[in-house]
Ligand binder design. Sequence first.
Ligand SMILES: Nc1ncnc2c1ncn2[C@@H]1O[C@H](COP(=O)(O)OP(=O)(O)O)[C@@H](O)[C@H]1O
Ligand SMILES: [Mg+2]
Length: 243
Amino acid sequence: MNSPLLDVRDLHVWFDLERGDRMHALRGVSFAVERGEGLGLVGGSGSGKTTAILALMGLLPPTATVSGEVLLEGENLLAHGEDSVRPHRWKDIAMVFQGAMNAFSPVATIGRQIAEPMLLHGTVTRKAAERRVGELLELVGIAPGRAGRYPHEFSGGMRQRAAIAMALACDPKILLADEPTTALDVIVQAQVLELIERLRHELGLAVVFVSHDLPVVAQVCDRIAVMRTGRIERLGAVEEVLT
Ligand SMILES: Nc1ncnc2c1ncn2[C@@H]1O[C@H](COP(=O)(O)OP(=O)(O)O)[C@@H](O)[C@H]1O
Ligand SMILES: [Mg+2]
Protein backbone atom coordinates (compact mmCIF):
# COMPACT_ATOMS: atom_id res chain seq x y z
CA MET A 1 0.00 0.00 0.00
CA ASN A 2 1.84 3.03 -1.25
CA SER A 3 -1.01 5.51 -1.28
CA PRO A 4 -1.33 7.66 1.83
CA LEU A 5 -4.06 6.78 4.30
CA LEU A 6 -5.87 10.01 3.51
CA ASP A 7 -5.26 12.16 0.46
CA VAL A 8 -7.24 15.36 0.17
CA ARG A 9 -7.07 16.99 -3.24
CA ASP A 10 -8.24 20.45 -4.17
CA LEU A 11 -11.11 20.54 -1.70
CA HIS A 12 -13.55 23.43 -2.14
CA VAL A 13 -16.63 24.24 -0.09
CA TRP A 14 -19.25 26.89 -0.83
CA PHE A 15 -22.08 27.76 1.56
CA ASP A 16 -25.37 29.08 0.21
CA LEU A 17 -26.33 32.19 2.11
CA GLU A 18 -29.54 34.18 2.14
CA ARG A 19 -30.61 36.13 -0.95
CA GLY A 20 -28.77 33.78 -3.30
CA ASP A 21 -25.30 34.77 -2.05
CA ARG A 22 -22.61 32.15 -1.81
CA MET A 23 -19.62 32.00 0.46
CA HIS A 24 -16.45 30.31 -0.77
CA ALA A 25 -15.29 28.93 2.58
CA LEU A 26 -12.67 26.40 1.43
CA ARG A 27 -10.59 27.38 -1.57
CA GLY A 28 -8.61 24.44 -2.88
CA VAL A 29 -7.21 22.62 0.14
CA SER A 30 -4.82 19.70 -0.47
CA PHE A 31 -2.94 17.59 2.05
CA ALA A 32 -2.15 13.96 2.80
CA VAL A 33 -1.99 12.02 6.04
CA GLU A 34 0.07 8.86 6.44
CA ARG A 35 -0.87 5.93 8.67
CA GLY A 36 -0.15 6.81 12.30
CA GLU A 37 0.84 10.35 11.44
CA GLY A 38 -0.11 13.46 13.41
CA LEU A 39 -1.01 16.40 11.21
CA GLY A 40 -1.87 19.74 12.78
CA LEU A 41 -4.41 21.99 11.12
CA VAL A 42 -3.82 25.44 12.53
CA GLY A 43 -5.41 28.78 11.76
CA GLY A 44 -7.36 31.67 13.17
CA SER A 45 -11.08 31.61 13.81
CA GLY A 46 -13.04 31.43 10.55
CA SER A 47 -10.09 30.15 8.49
CA GLY A 48 -11.98 26.99 7.51
CA LYS A 49 -10.62 24.32 9.84
CA THR A 50 -13.97 22.94 10.98
CA THR A 51 -15.40 23.19 7.48
CA ALA A 52 -12.48 21.13 6.17
CA ILE A 53 -12.89 18.28 8.62
CA LEU A 54 -16.68 18.23 8.38
CA ALA A 55 -16.22 17.92 4.61
CA LEU A 56 -13.93 14.91 5.13
CA MET A 57 -16.64 13.27 7.25
CA GLY A 58 -19.43 14.18 4.84
CA LEU A 59 -21.16 16.06 7.64
CA LEU A 60 -21.58 19.53 6.17
CA PRO A 61 -25.12 20.97 6.14
CA PRO A 62 -27.27 20.71 2.97
CA THR A 63 -26.46 24.37 2.18
CA ALA A 64 -22.87 23.33 1.40
CA THR A 65 -21.53 22.44 -2.03
CA VAL A 66 -18.30 20.43 -2.07
CA SER A 67 -15.83 19.69 -4.86
CA GLY A 68 -12.47 17.93 -4.97
CA GLU A 69 -11.37 14.50 -3.83
CA VAL A 70 -11.08 12.89 -0.40
CA LEU A 71 -9.22 9.65 -1.01
CA LEU A 72 -9.27 7.20 1.86
CA GLU A 73 -6.85 4.40 1.00
CA GLY A 74 -7.42 5.39 -2.60
CA GLU A 75 -11.22 5.42 -2.47
CA ASN A 76 -12.89 8.77 -3.13
CA LEU A 77 -15.36 9.51 -0.33
CA LEU A 78 -16.86 12.34 -2.37
CA ALA A 79 -17.55 10.21 -5.46
CA HIS A 80 -21.22 9.42 -4.81
CA GLY A 81 -22.19 11.67 -1.92
CA GLU A 82 -23.53 10.05 1.21
CA ASP A 83 -23.33 6.53 -0.26
CA SER A 84 -19.55 6.80 -0.61
CA VAL A 85 -18.80 8.14 2.84
CA ARG A 86 -21.36 6.28 4.97
CA PRO A 87 -19.56 2.91 5.06
CA HIS A 88 -16.35 4.63 6.25
CA ARG A 89 -17.70 7.24 8.63
CA TRP A 90 -16.83 6.30 12.25
CA LYS A 91 -15.47 2.92 11.07
CA ASP A 92 -12.39 4.24 9.25
CA ILE A 93 -12.55 7.97 9.76
CA ALA A 94 -13.96 9.45 12.97
CA MET A 95 -14.07 12.82 14.63
CA VAL A 96 -14.33 14.58 17.93
CA PHE A 97 -16.54 17.62 17.39
CA GLN A 98 -15.58 21.08 18.51
CA GLY A 99 -17.09 21.49 21.99
CA ALA A 100 -17.81 17.74 22.26
CA MET A 101 -17.06 17.69 25.97
CA ASN A 102 -20.06 19.98 26.51
CA ALA A 103 -22.35 18.06 24.18
CA PHE A 104 -23.18 15.12 26.45
CA SER A 105 -26.79 14.96 27.53
CA PRO A 106 -27.11 15.63 31.27
CA VAL A 107 -29.81 12.98 31.72
CA ALA A 108 -28.02 9.82 30.56
CA THR A 109 -24.93 8.13 31.95
CA ILE A 110 -21.62 8.53 30.13
CA GLY A 111 -21.55 4.78 29.46
CA ARG A 112 -24.96 4.82 27.82
CA GLN A 113 -24.02 7.74 25.63
CA ILE A 114 -20.82 6.07 24.48
CA ALA A 115 -22.72 2.84 23.76
CA GLU A 116 -25.57 4.50 21.90
CA PRO A 117 -23.97 4.70 18.42
CA MET A 118 -22.90 1.04 18.68
CA LEU A 119 -26.42 -0.03 19.63
CA LEU A 120 -27.94 2.14 16.90
CA HIS A 121 -25.86 0.36 14.29
CA GLY A 122 -27.40 -2.81 15.66
CA THR A 123 -24.20 -4.78 15.22
CA VAL A 124 -23.60 -5.48 18.91
CA THR A 125 -25.59 -6.88 21.78
CA ARG A 126 -26.17 -4.73 24.87
CA LYS A 127 -23.72 -6.92 26.79
CA ALA A 128 -21.01 -6.55 24.14
CA ALA A 129 -21.57 -2.81 23.97
CA GLU A 130 -21.16 -2.56 27.74
CA ARG A 131 -17.90 -4.46 27.55
CA ARG A 132 -16.68 -2.24 24.72
CA VAL A 133 -17.56 0.89 26.70
CA GLY A 134 -15.39 -0.40 29.55
CA GLU A 135 -12.49 -1.02 27.18
CA LEU A 136 -12.86 2.40 25.59
CA LEU A 137 -12.94 4.18 28.94
CA GLU A 138 -9.87 2.28 30.04
CA LEU A 139 -8.13 3.21 26.80
CA VAL A 140 -8.59 6.90 27.52
CA GLY A 141 -7.59 6.60 31.16
CA ILE A 142 -10.97 6.53 32.86
CA ALA A 143 -11.82 3.72 35.29
CA PRO A 144 -14.42 1.49 33.53
CA GLY A 145 -16.48 1.51 36.73
CA ARG A 146 -17.32 5.13 36.04
CA ALA A 147 -19.48 4.25 33.02
CA GLY A 148 -22.54 4.59 35.26
CA ARG A 149 -21.77 8.20 36.18
CA TYR A 150 -23.47 11.25 34.72
CA PRO A 151 -21.64 13.98 32.76
CA HIS A 152 -21.85 16.51 35.62
CA GLU A 153 -19.90 14.07 37.79
CA PHE A 154 -17.00 14.25 35.33
CA SER A 155 -14.48 17.07 35.07
CA GLY A 156 -14.08 18.88 31.74
CA GLY A 157 -10.94 16.88 31.00
CA MET A 158 -12.72 13.58 31.70
CA ARG A 159 -15.64 14.56 29.48
CA GLN A 160 -13.20 15.36 26.70
CA ARG A 161 -11.56 11.95 27.16
CA ALA A 162 -15.01 10.35 27.07
CA ALA A 163 -15.74 12.18 23.80
CA ILE A 164 -12.51 10.77 22.37
CA ALA A 165 -13.47 7.29 23.60
CA MET A 166 -16.79 7.63 21.78
CA ALA A 167 -15.05 8.50 18.52
CA LEU A 168 -12.82 5.44 18.87
CA ALA A 169 -15.73 3.01 19.35
CA CYS A 170 -15.48 1.50 15.86
CA ASP A 171 -11.66 1.34 15.73
CA PRO A 172 -11.06 4.08 13.15
CA LYS A 173 -7.76 4.46 11.30
CA ILE A 174 -7.89 8.21 11.45
CA LEU A 175 -9.20 10.57 14.09
CA LEU A 176 -10.09 14.18 13.32
CA ALA A 177 -10.03 16.17 16.55
CA ASP A 178 -11.53 19.66 16.35
CA GLU A 179 -10.02 21.92 19.04
CA PRO A 180 -9.92 19.05 21.55
CA THR A 181 -8.03 21.00 24.20
CA THR A 182 -9.58 24.45 23.80
CA ALA A 183 -11.31 25.59 27.01
CA LEU A 184 -9.29 23.20 29.16
CA ASP A 185 -6.81 24.53 31.68
CA VAL A 186 -3.12 24.02 30.96
CA ILE A 187 -2.63 20.91 33.08
CA VAL A 188 -5.70 19.12 31.76
CA GLN A 189 -4.79 20.22 28.25
CA ALA A 190 -1.40 18.51 28.69
CA GLN A 191 -3.18 15.32 29.80
CA VAL A 192 -5.40 15.28 26.72
CA LEU A 193 -2.38 15.91 24.47
CA GLU A 194 -0.58 13.04 26.17
CA LEU A 195 -3.60 10.82 25.59
CA ILE A 196 -3.67 11.63 21.88
CA GLU A 197 0.07 10.93 21.64
CA ARG A 198 -0.42 7.58 23.37
CA LEU A 199 -3.34 6.58 21.13
CA ARG A 200 -1.24 7.34 18.08
CA HIS A 201 1.49 5.04 19.28
CA GLU A 202 -0.61 2.28 20.84
CA LEU A 203 -3.24 2.06 18.11
CA GLY A 204 -1.25 3.34 15.15
CA LEU A 205 -3.98 5.93 14.84
CA ALA A 206 -3.50 8.82 12.43
CA VAL A 207 -4.64 12.12 13.92
CA VAL A 208 -5.63 15.40 12.34
CA PHE A 209 -5.40 17.83 15.22
CA VAL A 210 -7.29 21.07 14.65
CA SER A 211 -6.38 24.07 16.76
CA HIS A 212 -5.83 27.81 16.71
CA ASP A 213 -2.87 27.25 19.02
CA LEU A 214 0.39 26.56 17.17
CA PRO A 215 2.52 25.59 20.21
CA VAL A 216 -0.10 23.06 21.31
CA VAL A 217 -0.19 21.45 17.91
CA ALA A 218 3.60 21.39 17.73
CA GLN A 219 3.62 19.08 20.76
CA VAL A 220 1.62 16.29 19.19
CA CYS A 221 2.11 16.58 15.45
CA ASP A 222 4.75 15.63 12.92
CA ARG A 223 3.62 18.16 10.35
CA ILE A 224 1.58 21.32 10.42
CA ALA A 225 -0.71 22.92 7.87
CA VAL A 226 -1.41 26.59 8.46
CA MET A 227 -4.79 27.75 7.16
CA ARG A 228 -5.91 31.23 6.32
CA THR A 229 -9.12 32.35 4.61
CA GLY A 230 -9.93 28.90 3.28
CA ARG A 231 -6.49 28.03 2.01
CA ILE A 232 -3.45 26.21 3.32
CA GLU A 233 -0.80 28.88 3.49
CA ARG A 234 2.06 26.70 4.65
CA LEU A 235 2.53 22.98 5.11
CA GLY A 236 5.63 21.34 6.48
CA ALA A 237 7.46 19.64 9.33
CA VAL A 238 6.81 21.18 12.74
CA GLU A 239 10.32 22.67 13.09
CA GLU A 240 10.12 24.09 9.60
CA VAL A 241 6.79 25.85 10.13
CA LEU A 242 7.66 27.12 13.63
CA THR A 243 10.70 29.04 12.45
N1 LIG B 1 -23.00 26.45 7.82
C1 LIG B 1 -22.39 27.56 7.40
N2 LIG B 1 -23.05 28.46 6.62
C2 LIG B 1 -22.42 29.57 6.19
N3 LIG B 1 -21.14 29.88 6.46
C3 LIG B 1 -20.45 29.03 7.22
C4 LIG B 1 -21.02 27.83 7.74
N4 LIG B 1 -20.09 27.17 8.46
C5 LIG B 1 -18.97 27.93 8.41
N5 LIG B 1 -19.19 29.04 7.67
C6 LIG B 1 -18.21 30.09 7.36
O1 LIG B 1 -17.07 29.48 6.78
C7 LIG B 1 -15.88 30.07 7.28
C8 LIG B 1 -15.01 29.02 7.95
O2 LIG B 1 -15.63 28.61 9.16
P1 LIG B 1 -15.05 27.44 10.07
O3 LIG B 1 -14.71 26.30 9.21
O4 LIG B 1 -16.01 27.20 11.16
O5 LIG B 1 -13.72 28.11 10.63
P2 LIG B 1 -12.75 27.65 11.84
O6 LIG B 1 -13.15 26.29 12.28
O7 LIG B 1 -11.38 27.72 11.27
O8 LIG B 1 -12.96 28.68 12.91
C9 LIG B 1 -16.31 31.18 8.23
O9 LIG B 1 -16.31 32.40 7.53
C10 LIG B 1 -17.71 30.77 8.63
O10 LIG B 1 -18.48 31.89 8.95
MG1 LIG C 1 -13.78 25.57 14.14
